[in-house]
Design a protein around this ligand. Structure first.
Ligand code: GLU
Length: 558
C-alpha cells in the first residue's frame, strides 16, 4: 500500500529542498519591535487603478511610519489575464506618485533578499511547501474535469447546498493513494488541492486591525493550490509568499475578507504565524444616473485610472493628500493645521480608518489641490507645472520654458503672501487663465468680440482708454494705492461714480461706477472680464505691450 510520501515523491521527484532550507534562506527580518512589513501585490492586468494606489499608499505608510519595510510583489500567476508590460508600468506609475517600494520587483530587476518578487519565478518555492503538505496527507491531486465540476455545481444548486469542492463532494480526496498513483501513471491531468479539515458549521474569530474581531464560518473547501500549469492560486501564494517574505501586516481590499477562513486554515496547517490583516474599504462613487453609491468602476469612471489625474495635472502631493483624507477621518483637519508639513509627520492609524466614508469626491480633491498649489513658491510651482506640461502640453511647455521668469511673475500674483489666492486646482487649467499674457494668444482672442458692457458707448470706451494710455508711464510707476486713486480720478472725468453707494442712489446720473471703468481696462488689456489682480497684471505686461493692446482695441471699436 503506497503512502502520501510516495505520492509526493512521484509528483515532485526534483524537489529536494525542504521548508527548513527555505526558512534559512529567508530568515526573520531584523527589525525593531512594532515595525510593519507590508506589501503591495498587484496583478499585471492593466493600468494603475485609483483604488490600487490607495492600497499601496496605505501599505507604504504603515511600514514607513513604524520603521518597517514596504515591498512590491508582482502576482502574475494568472497568465491568461496578464497584459504584457503592465507589471513594469505599475512600478513606473507608482514612482510618479512617490509610492516607491523599499524592496521587491522593479520591472527589469529585483531588489532585496526575499525574492524573487515575481510569483511566476517562485514555482520551485511553492512546490517545496506543497510537497511537504502532501507528505502529511494535506494535499492531493484532483483529476476532475471541467465538465465534472460543472455537473457538481448543478447538483449542488439543485439540492440547495453550499457549492464547492468539499467533504462528500470532494470526489478525489476519497481515492486511495494507490488509485491516485495509478491515475497519474496513466497520464491523467490533475491539479493539486488542499485537504481541509474544517467544517463550515463552526465559526472562527478573526481579528482585523481596522474592523476588530470578525466571526466567519470555518473553511471546509478543498481549494486548488497548484494549477495544472505548475503555478499556485492566489490563496496558496499568499500563504507562502507572505510567510517567506516575512510580511507581518497584510493590507488589501475588503473583497478578500470572505477568503480569510481559507488563509487562516492554511497558516494554521503549516503552523506558521499569521500576519495581521487590515482590509481596506473599497473606494465608492455616487452613480450619476442612479444616485446610489457604487464601486469606482474601471469601465464607467474616468477617475478609476490614476493616469486621468496625471493628465489633468492635479498636483501629485495634492492627490496623495486627498487619498489620505479617504483613509483617515482626522487627516483633513491635521492638514489644515500643518499645510507645509511633510506627510511623514502624519501618523496613519487603524482606529481612524473610515469604513463607509470612502467616497470619491472630486470637489474635495479640487479644494485640496488648490490649497496645495497656492502654498507653493513660484519656483516650485513652475517646476511642477513644467514637468506636467512637458508630458501633456508641449506647446505650452516650449512657450513657458523659453521665458521662465515671465511665467513665474505671472503665477506669483498674490502668491507668497499670508493668504495666497487659490486660483488653480490643476495644471491643465492654468494656461487658459493666463494665456492673454502672451501676445500671440492675446491677439488671437481679439478675433472674437470683446466682452464690453453694452450699456457703455463705444466712444466713451475709446476715449477712456485713450486717456488711460496717455499717462501710462506716470501711473504705472505708482504704488498700488496711488494707482487706484489715479484710476478713480480718471473714471470721474468720464462720469463714473467713485463709489458704489453713490452710483446705486443715482444711477441715471452716471455711466457706471469705478469698478466699471476698471473693468474697461481689464477687458481691453486681457480680452476677458476675469484676470489676476489688474495692477499686478499691468506691471507684468509693461508699457509698450499695454499700448500696443489698447491701440488694437481702439481700432477694433471703430
Ligand atoms: N493580487 C491580489 C490583487 O490584486 C493581491 C491582494 C493582496 O494584496 O493580497 O487583488
Amino acid at each position: 500500500m503506497s503512502t502520501y510520501k510516495d505520492l509526493a515523491e512521484l509528483i515532485f521527484p526534483d524537489v529536494k529542498l525542504t521548508i527548513k532550507d527555505l526558512e534559512k534562506r529567508y530568515p526573520p527580518r531584523d527589525l525593531k519591535e512594532g515595525a510593519f512589513v507590508t506589501r503591495f501585490a498587484p496583478s499585471p492586468t492593466g493600468f494603475l487603478h485609483t483604488g490600487s494606489l490607495f492600497t499601496a499608499m496605505v501599505a507604504k505608510k504603515f511600514a514607513s511610519q513604524s520603521g518597517g519595510v514596504y515591498f512590491f510583489r508582482l502576482e502574475d500567476t494568472d497568465q491568461k489575464r496578464e497584459i504584457q508590460g503592465t507589471g513594469e508600468d505599475l512600478v513606473k506609475q507608482l514612482k510618479t506618485f512617490n509610492v516607491t517600494a523599499d524592496e521587491g520587483y522593479f520591472g527589469n530587476h529585483d531588489e532585496g533578499d526575499y525574492g524573487p518578487y515575481q510569483q511566476s519565478k517562485r514555482a520551485d518555492i511553492y512546490k517545496v511547501v506543497i510537497k511537504e503538505l502532501m507528505k502529511k496527507g494535506r494535499a492531493y491531486p484532483c483529476f476532475c474535469s471541467k465538465d465534472e465540476l460543472n455537473e457538481l455545481r448543478m447538483v449542488q444548486q439543485a439540492n440547495n447546498v453550499i457549492p464547492g469542492y468539499y467533504g462528500e463532494y470532494a470526489k478525489c480526496r476519497h481515492y486511495s493513494v494507490d488509485e491516485m498513483i495509478k491515475m497519474i501513471k496513466e497520464g491523467k491531468n490533475y491539479v493539486i488541492r488542499f485537504k481541509s479539515k474544517g467544517n463550515h458549521l463552526n465559526h472562527v474569530t478573526v481579528h482585523d486591525m481596522i474592523r476588530g474581531d470578525m466571526e466567519l464560518a470555518e473553511n471546509d473547501q478543498d481549494i486548488v493550490i497548484l494549477k495544472s500549469d505548475g503555478l499556485p492560486t492566489y490563496h496558496f501564494a499568499h500563504l507562502v509568499d507572505d510567510h517567506f517574505m516575512r510580511t507581518n501586516l497584510v493590507t488589501r481590499g475588503e473583497e478578500w475578507i470572505s477568503s480569510l477562513p481559507i488563509h487562516i486554515e492554511l497558516f494554521e496547517t503549516m503552523n506558521w504565524e499569521k500576519p495581521s490583516y487590515a482590509h481596506l474599504p473599497v473606494i465608492m462613487v455616487n452613480d450619476s444616473e442612479t444616485g446610489n453609491k457604487r464601486k469606482l468602476s474601471k469601465r464607467k469612471d474616468k477617475e478609476a485610472a490614476t493616469s486621468y489625474f496625471l493628465q489633468q495635472g492635479y498636483p501629485i502631493k495634492g492627490f496623495i493628500e486627498y487619498l489620505m483624507t479617504i483613509a483617515n477621518s482626522n487627516f483633513e483637519s491635521w492638514l489644515e493645521q500643518n499645510i507645509n508639513s511633510s506627510l511623514d509627520d502624519f501618523k496613519l492609524s487603524f482606529e481612524k480608518f473610515s469604513l463607509d466614508g470612502a467616497l470619491f469626491d472630486l470637489p474635495k480633491l479640487s479644494n485640496i489641490s488648490k490649497e496645495y498649489l497656492s502654498h507653493l513658491s513660484k519656483e516650485k510651482f513652475t517646476d511642477e507645472f513644467l514637468a506636467w506640461a512637458e508630458e501633456y502640453d508641449k506647446e505650452v511647455y516650449t512657450l513657458v520654458n523659453n521665458d521662465r521668469d515671465y511665467f513665474e511673475k505671472i503665477i506669483n500674483i498674490e502668491r507668497e503672501q499670508e493668504k495666497p489666492r487659490k486660483d488653480y486646482e490643476k495644471f491643465s487649467a492654468v494656461f487658459d487663465k493666463i494665456s492673454f499674457f502672451y501676445s500671440d494668444y492675446y491677439d488671437k482672442k481679439l478675433n472674437d468680440p470683446l466682452p464690453f458692457s453694452e450699456f457703455i458707448d463705444k466712444e466713451v470706451i475709446s476715449s477712456f482708454l485713450l486717456d488711460f494710455v496717455s499717462d501710462l508711464q506716470r501711473t504705472l510707476s505708482m504704488d498700488e494705492n496711488s494707482w487706484f486713486s489715479a484710476m478713480k480720478e480718471k473714471g470721474k472725468k468720464f462720469n463714473f461714480a467713485d463709489d458704489r453707494k453713490e452710483y446705486k442712489k443715482n444711477p441715471e446720473k452716471y455711466i457706471g461706477w469705478y469698478a466699471d471703468c476698471i473693468s474697461l481696462i481689464r477687458i481691453a488689456v486681457c480680452a476677458s472680464t476675469l484676470s489676476p489682480k489688474l495692477y499686478d497684471t499691468l506691471q507684468i505686461l509693461q508699457i509698450d505691450e499695454i499700448r500696443r493692446r489698447i491701440d488694437k482695441v481702439i481700432k477694433k471699436l471703430q
